[in-house]
Design a protein around this ligand. Structure first.
Ligand code: XMP
Length: 434
């Protein structure tokens, strides 16, 4: 690891992530560590140039204000104390919440006091990770569940570069993917990047398991469990795999509501693999924030629409085909979603709106088609903006764009005679319908 590092010490702040990201924006690598970091742990971190003691509302634990370990004060490194509730231990100015002032303060500390170099960039990160992956894996084999989502796609591209055909990717198509998605995964990873790719079309198997199941939670459980079963069956067919690669990213391991001492969540996303399959984990993105994962993907040459794609739930279109899934309505979801994406791209909304998709409910309404009565399904359009998906507001899409989409959907998607727009923010509605 060649990059200089600023350590952010968690003294009960809720803004560790914000500061970590801000400094990385300045071009300097950061890591968040617990307040009681030991001298050995601190010494083991490469190229630390300074430490930010990041206090905040959770600083007082059981009536006592926690402080940084002696190792920190004895390190001889430049220290910066900040406190986001104004209760500053020493006579320091209140921490500026306003962005410009905050960036100026951080920049002054990082460059003038710590003399850190601006050397955090994706080229350096990729070069470091390739060396680290090769060191960790040696000549052994690695398995990756490649969903086609941003994180697993970037891990795949990085591992192909680092270890080539020692990597096997398994792409499970559960039949609930968007139009063109499985084809793109095969095209990019197998044809363009030359990966060992096992493509499993398990659509029929999933649809059979889901037949007649209307309860949303039940549907989610079936899709999740079946996904692991298919992946496990494929993994068992492969010989000599010792490592499992995962697209874990930094927000997954930094605890969101900082409880100071407990920093790292247990890794739960190996999820359900049988205990007799002993894998070691390869997690090359575990120190990256989402925007950095995307930048890494671009630097590795992945297509923009793969790297900048909107969030997509694991159960896929299964939770947008409401109630018991039928082939007819699933196709209506898939086709209407493709039209919506196409029209949003044409209207310049694709990169602007956080998430947008269509939903097909399990009831019909009366309409008129070719001078005759028709009885068909409606399509619901949902387009929302959010920072963290905890709350969301709707996108106020231009009427003319909505009219064009309505016209296309009602003429191009079989069995659909009506289009509705979901006006509801979160709360009270969730983003997805199920
Ligand atoms: P809700 O519907 O809870 O969704 O407001 C918030 C965000 O999470 C996505 N979502 C999922 N993502 N697996 C995922 O990886 C899931 O099971 C899942 N369910 C919802 C949803 O698309 C939205 O972005």
């Amino acid at each position: 690891m060649q990059q200089d590092m600023i350590v952010i010490l968690d003294l009960g702040s809720e803004q560790n992530t914000l500061i970590a990201r801000d400094i990385r924006t300045l071009g300097v690598y950061t890591e968040i560590h617990p307040h009681d970091i030991t001298a050995e742990q601190l010494k083991a971190l490469p190229n630390v140039k300074g430490i930010i003691l990041n206090g905040g509302p959770n600083r007082v634990v059981d009536g006592v204000a926690i402080d940084a370990s002696a190792a920190v004060y004895e390190s001889g490194l430049p220290l910066m104390a900040v406190d986001h509730v104004g209760k500053v231990p020493q006579a320091l100015p209140a921490w500026p919440e306003e962005e410009k002032a905050r960036m100026d303060a951080l920049s002054g500390f990082v460059f003038d006091q710590c003399h850190a170099e601006r050397n955090w960039n994706m080229e350096n990160f990729i070069a470091d990770q390739i060396a680290l992956i090769r060191q960790q894996v040696g000549d052994k084999k690695v398995l990756l569940a490649l969903s086609g989502g941003v994180d697993s796609s970037v891990v795949a591209a990085l591992l192909i570069k680092a270890i080539g055909d020692q990597l096997t990717c398994v792409h499970v198509n559960h039949g609930l993917l968007r139009k063109g998605e499985p084809e793109q995964v095969v095209e990019v990873f197998q044809k363009q990047l030359g990966a060992n790719l096992v493509y499993v079309d398990a659509s029929e198997r999933f649809l059979t398991k889901l037949a007649g199941v209307a309860d949303p939670e039940q549907k989610r459980k079936i899709i999740g469990a079946e996904f692991i079963r298919v992946f496990e069956e494929e993994a068992r067919k492969l010989e000599g795999i010792e490592f499992l690669a995962q697209g874990t990213i930094y927000p997954d391991i930094v605890e969101s509501g900082t409880k100071t001492a407990k920093m790292v969540k247990s890794h739960h996303n190996v999820g359900g693999l049988p205990e007799d399959m002993q894998f070691q984990l390869v997690e090359p993105l575990k120190m990256l924030f989402k925007d950095e994962v995307r930048a890494c993907g671009v630097a590795l040459g992945l297509p923009e629409n793969m790297v900048y794609r909107q969030p997509f739930p694991g159960p896929g279109l299964g939770v947008r085909c409401l109630g018991a899934i039928t082939r007819e309505r699933l196709e209506a979801v898939r086709e209407s979603d493709a039209i919506l994406r196409e029209e949003f791209a044409l209207a310049g909304l694709a990169g602007k709106v956080w998430q947008y998709f269509t939903v097909v409910p399990d009831f019909k309404s009366v309409g008129v088609r070719d001078n005759a009565r028709c009885f068909e399904y409606p399509v619901i359009i949902r387009a929302v903006n959010t920072i963290d998906a905890m709350t969301a507001s709707i996108e106020l899409v231009d009427w003319a764009i909505l009219q064009k989409i309505t016209d296309r959907i009602t003429h191009e998607v079989p069995g659909v005679n009506r289009v509705l727009y979901d006006m509801t923010p979160k709360p009270v509605a969730t983003i997805e319908w199920e």
